[in-house]
Design a binder for this molecule. Structure first.
Ligand code: 9WO
Length: 221
């Protein structure tokens, strides 16, 4: 998959190369390109924001640099073009899985008070929110999206590890333990040391259901 990120703050993405994303890139599954919107402005002082028509606090990202950056990055509109915005539909694991099937994604990160609506109307396919809170920009949400989509690219995770994870059956994960057997007076549940795999599976499933009922009853529907 190719993912192009458009941002006024490309340096924020340097840490994304590490971890799971770095691995997907190394294995050739992910081509990540981060482009600086400022490079596409036609303003001689490299300006990319201006005052809002109608007044109000803050600045608005200009349509021209955003539009030119999108057209330069994706001239034939091969990419699914996404604007990270609190107005979008909230990202779910289901949507992550379907986005992972796209050949190309283009992620537009807004800043200041937002992007001139005409750039959204003309160039964006879909607005996605990662949750109901306002940030200073779309960069962190874009990194979240890259991270969760990348996990589904072939060869990034071992085959079994996606099957049993959180949300795969609308259940939260069961609790995990490793050595030592006792830590500050708390012991690892006996069943996990029994070697009885049928019992272990049953215990984990019970724990997952109980935890979901308690913490996220909305997931059980
Ligand atoms: C600012 C603001 C102030 C008062 C009332 C509502 C408001 N909305 C915004 C706003 O949307 N600011 C954005 C900052 C402009 C575009 C980039 N910004 C952003 C993206 N903040 N939070 C996100 C975001 C994106 C995806 N998922 C969650 C949050």
């Amino acid at each position: 998959m190719k993912i192009t990120v458009l941002t006024l703050f490309p340096e924020m993405f340097s840490s994304l190369s590490a971890s799971i994303v770095g691995r997907a890139r190394k294995e050739g599954q992910l081509q990540l390109e981060v482009l600086d919107i400022r490079a596409y402005t036609e303003d001689k002082h490299l300006k990319c924001d201006d005052y809002p028509f109608g007044g109000g606090a803050g600045m608005v990202m200009m349509a021209q640099p955003v539009g030119s950056a999108i057209e330069a990055a994706d001239p034939e509109h091969r990419a699914r073009r996404i604007y990270l915005s609190p107005k979008g539909r909230t990202l779910t694991q289901e949507r992550v899985i379907s986005l992972a099937e796209e050949e190309e994604l283009l992620l537009l990160c807004g800043h200041y008070e937002g992007v001139d609506q005409r750039a959204i109307d003309l160039f964006i396919d879909e607005e996605i929110s990662i949750g109901d809170y306002v940030l200073t920009g779309g960069e962190l949400p874009a990194m979240v999206l890259v991270d969760c989509v990348t996990r589904y690219l072939d060869g990034v995770l071992s085959p079994g590890s996606l099957v049993q994870e959180s949300f795969s059956e609308n259940l939260l994960e069961y609790p995990h333990y490793t050595r030592p057997v006792e830590y500050r007076g708390l012991a690892v549940p006996e069943v996990l040391r029994s070697g009885n795999h049928a019992e272990i599976d049953r215990w984990r499933r019970e724990q997952a259901v109980a935890l979901t009922k308690k913490m996220r009853p909305d997931l059980l529907k």
